[in-house]
Write a protein that binds this ligand. Sequence first.
Ligand SMILES: *[C@@H]1O[C@H](CO)[C@@H](O)[C@H](O)[C@H]1NC(C)=O
Ligand SMILES: *[C@@H]1O[C@H](CO)[C@@H](O)[C@H](O)[C@H]1NC(C)=O
Ligand SMILES: *[C@@H]1O[C@H](CO)[C@@H](O)[C@H](O)[C@H]1NC(C)=O
Ligand SMILES: *[C@@H]1O[C@H](CO)[C@@H](O)[C@H](O)[C@H]1NC(C)=O
Length: 735
Amino acid sequence: MPKMNKVVMFYFFFSFFIATGSLLCSASGDVRKVYIVYMGSLSSQPEYSPTSHHLSMLQEALDDSGFDQDSVLIASYKRSFNGFAANLTNTEAQKLASMEGVVSVFPSRTLHLQTTRSWDFMGLDESAATQTPPGAASDVIIGVLDSGIWPESESFRDEGFGPPPKKWKGICSGGVGFKCNNKIIGARGYKSSGPNVRDTKGHGTHTASTAAGNRVKDISFYGLAKGTARGGLPSARVAAYKVCNHGCESSDVLLGFDDAIADGVDIITISLGGQGATNLVSDEIAIGSFHAMEKGILTVHSAGNTGPFSGTVTSVAPWLLSVAASSTDRQIIDKVVLGNGKTIIGSSVNTFTFNGRKFPLIRGADASTVCSEDSARMCEADCLNSTLVKGKIVLCERTGGVSASRDNGAVGTILLSRTPDNIPFIRSAPATSLTPNDYNLVQSYTAYTKNPTAEILSSDVIKDSAAPAVASFSSRGPNTVMPDIMKPDISAPGVDILAAFSPVAAPTSDPKDNRRVKYSISSGTSMACPHVAGAAAYIKAFHPDWSPSVIKSALMTTAWPMNASKNPDGEFAYGAGHMNPKKAIHPGLVYDAYREDYIKLLCSAGYGEQEISKLTRDNNISCPSGSEKKSRTTDFNYPSMTVKVEPRTAFQVGFHRTVTNVGPSGSTYKAKIMSNPRLRVKVEPRVLSFDSSNKKKSFRVTIAGRGLRDKTMVTASLVWSDGIHSVRSPIIAYA
Ligand SMILES: *[C@@H]1O[C@H](CO)[C@@H](O)[C@H](O)[C@H]1NC(C)=O
Ligand SMILES: *[C@@H]1O[C@H](CO)[C@@H](O)[C@H](O)[C@H]1NC(C)=O
Ligand SMILES: *[C@@H]1O[C@H](CO)[C@@H](O)[C@H](O)[C@H]1NC(C)=O
Ligand SMILES: *[C@@H]1O[C@H](CO)[C@@H](O)[C@H](O)[C@H]1NC(C)=O
């Protein structure tokens, strides 16, 4: 073997390294992906053309890459705010970020519908829903940003509806075979979601009918949860913006906002989101809803389904109404009867029946000849031996066991629940889910009995006296982006909700689920969100001139207090509490906030003047600084008072607030504090007298406490009461 000089060898390695390195570098630089270039509010100059501006910026950024600007432009936002989406390299994106007028450049991402696909139905009682002022109620338009809609559903028939309200500027562009009517007055589809707005997922139909569906009698899911299905405001109109198909591209989500705002909707409901909370200037939903707020449109948004872990809420912008999901008193259960006669109450939405027959039981751990015991207990794919499980009921420790057992010839599955609330989900084959105690009991019975057998019954409905409790999947606060703004804001039904569905979609995500239904049950903050959107529309029907923040305040301050002993995360699980729409029509006092207040809040939260100026296209923004008294985020006029404090450090914090009397003149409100021994709360003044309607009064709340242990919270509440109205705000200090 020829001797090789060490120096030469080193050189070889070195040059190899360099070559590979630069190759990788330029390769990754060349990869194009979709970026959103956000440019804030639209210029009001009449000669300004957003699209030509976007194209000239692109031309400059593309330089001599060989691509032309038309081929990389994905979307132009030009109706309600300014910006575009384009297929760019990292270098081009950076170039654009430094151009004048650009607020932020961030990669488009795929957001997801926040359903867990399985749920019940609740809202206003029927008489209340029909007592809305005539005319006004059918003028309310709800924009639904979702997976489209099934236009022929009974929930969207237009009998009794007149032509669309005059303010409506939208179009019906639903694609081939899609017809709007006087109930569904608008439809738009987008690039990645496809031009046909017809819903093939079921999610968009479900959320739209929860917010605004007609009253439809005798609806059930295979006889379960039977009753009348209806939305929060059945007389409202619906405009469907199909921004999701398999996922929801954020470049399309922004187009949905751009259109919905310009089309003239009153309320936007959006049940989708990302995996983590982000800075507000690169958060598509925060950006879209900011411009909606500027135009007087409230955006209602699902909190997320990544609970029960702390700080998981992804709906964080202060102008959003962010909704947690809770249970209703209608609980769906599913019993198992063992061969020894013992009945165990499990949880699932199970439409299948064994007709009184019992089948042999086998544990997943005993049903595999190829896998480790751990994998076999989970009934992981390819573990179950079909000779062993055929015709039996299999015990599996994970949800995927349902299809794995069915695919191997089993007749049913008994699952181990991994969440304390054991939410009943729809299963694609006979199955129930048991608490760890009950599961162990069935395991022991199976292991120590000769010929163990069981029957899985089809589901029943019982009354749940513990409701409402926040679902384990519902994302929790605190707000990781704006720590002094409470999130979620409110809780609404989000477990086992029955609503209209797409008749071409299966009620579960199992591709072998051949069931097709017009009404289905789903669970998720996705389902809670349109309940609140429906309630907001209901309030809008009574008070067409109320601003988004006033409607939000009305809903939050009249919410039912929820029980922290059942919801260990307290306000970080349920916000102000469980929504109570009937009361929210007459809240007495409201905490309002407008564009300028949000801008001040952004200043105090540390967003730069330039960033804010661009967001708002207001060159005049100057955040108070230095000698001027800097406002604090705790002084922002939110309907709750939240502060993040240093752990193990005594604290004293003030909250400045202003309330507006929307009740009768001549009312006098007294402050009541529901306190906590660990928090001293002072309100000044303690009495507010209003000699007329629409008068404003300010007050100050000061809280003080000894140091809090890290990751703990202490809460109280303030209630302003005039003997008729109770205006309640949670007070939260956390470390
Ligand atoms: C972006 O461009 C690349 C080629 O450079 C292409 O493969 C990709 O499909 C484009 N993406 C979109 C969304 O147009
Ligand atoms: C399945 O189990 C049966 C009975 O124990 C056995 O004969 C057969 O080999 C197993 N099949 C596989 C693929 O392991
Ligand atoms: C909260 O729940 C606990 C335990 O279930 C109960 O003792 C308490 O009375 C409840 N509190 C309220 C305000 O309902
Ligand atoms: C800038 O702000 C000042 C004071 O608030 C106001 O008088 C002026 O009209 C504003 N200018 C513009 C261009 O908005």
